[in-house]
Design a protein. Structure first.
Length: 321
């Protein structure tokens, strides 16, 4: 039986690609780093790619810059609000320009940790008990969960504004600090077990990564700056258990309308049971980022990973239409 010839990569089939990066969110510096890495990869692949930063082309100028007369599709590598919350996705749909990753609905829900956890709870998926803090009165609901607590802005990524609260005074301080970034703040029962992340590429869950840090939790510094963070891949779990967790993460991603590619984070509680934390619909692509690490463990190099993410713009996601 004759072996089929390998498929030849054809960069021309993607046409003219707008790489949208930067933006104006708190995560702009990370987006610029991610975007620089993706830009270099797409250029190595021979793709006709142009860098577009909404912060440099604000308002109606951005619509003109992204005209379908200039581009055939967009590769989104905007992190945080304005890029990961459905806003740019809605603009691109108005323009009729296909784009990578989740659609408007999946992006909007995935960016909102509170709504995400509500949906998971309704779908019977495990997630730690939580309370929404909109004002000082809501602090009592959070206290009822029991200390310690994890406090985080509901609409930020990269661990921005997150803090552990061990008592009421620390909870008040953590809430006030987080509220400077977001009027909606989430308090979550503290999880003491191992932390994992599951990268998703198309319909495939990539190998799990276990995260270990000497910090109190996996904060911004541990993610992007510290050299003391350990990334275990293989993660050390028995294969059957890893497969079960991968299936759980795929279900969690789809439950919020995620599609194309992304990442789901979870931790184990003190009984060793998984508790879902959050969804990232446009994860980082820096040299410290987790999706490229998981892809490498699956035999997918960075350039191939970028090509496969770009491929998600060729297939209409369920929530794009």
């Amino acid at each position: 039986m004759k072996t089929p010839a390998p498929t030849v990569f054809d960069p021309a089939r993607y046409g003219r690609v707008a790489l949208i990066l930067g933006g104006t969110s708190e995560e702009r510096p990370i987006s610029l780093r991610s975007g620089a890495a993706v830009l270099a990869a797409l250029q190595r692949l021979g793709i006709d790619v142009t860098r577009i930063d909404p912060a440099e082309t604000p308002g109606s100028a951005l619509f003109e810059a992204l005209s379908p007369a200039r581009f055939d599709r967009a590769f989104l590598i905007l992190h945080g609000r304005g890029g990961e919350d459905g806003q740019i996705q809605g603009a691109l749909e108005t323009l009729g320009l296909p784009y990578t990753g989740s659609g408007v609905l999946g992006s909007a829900i995935g960016m909102d940790k509170y709504r995400t956890k509500q949906i998971w709870g309704g779908a019977g998926l495990p997630t730690a008990e939580f309370a929404l803090i909109l004002n000082e009165t809501d602090l009592e609901q959070a206290i009822d969960l029991g200390f310690p607590l994890m406090v985080k802005p509901a609409h930020e990524g990269s661990s921005l504004g997150m803090a552990r609260a061990n008592d009421r005074d620390e909870l008040v301080a953590a809430w006030r600090a987080a509220a400077k970034l977001d009027s909606s703040v989430l308090a979550e029962r503290w999880l003491s077990g191992a932390e994992y992340t599951c990268a998703i590429l198309g319909q495939q869950a990539l190998p799990l990564i276990q995260l270990e840090t000497p910090h109190v939790f996996y904060d911004f510094d541990a993610k992007y700056q510290a050299n003391s963070t350990s990334y275990l891949c293989p993660c050390g779990l028995p294969q059957q258990l890893e497969s079960a967790y991968q299936t759980l993460c795929l279900e969690a991603f789809r439950a919020v309308g995620g599609s194309g590619w992304g990442r789901v984070d979870f931790m184990l509680d003190d009984r060793g049971s998984p508790e879902l934390l959050e969804v990232n619909t446009i994860p980082g692509m820096t040299d410290h980022s987790l999706v490229p690490m998981a892809a490498a463990a699956a035999g997918i190099d960075f350039d191939q990973l970028c090509a496969r993410i770009l491929e998600t713009s060729m297939v209409e996601a369920p929530s794009h239409g």
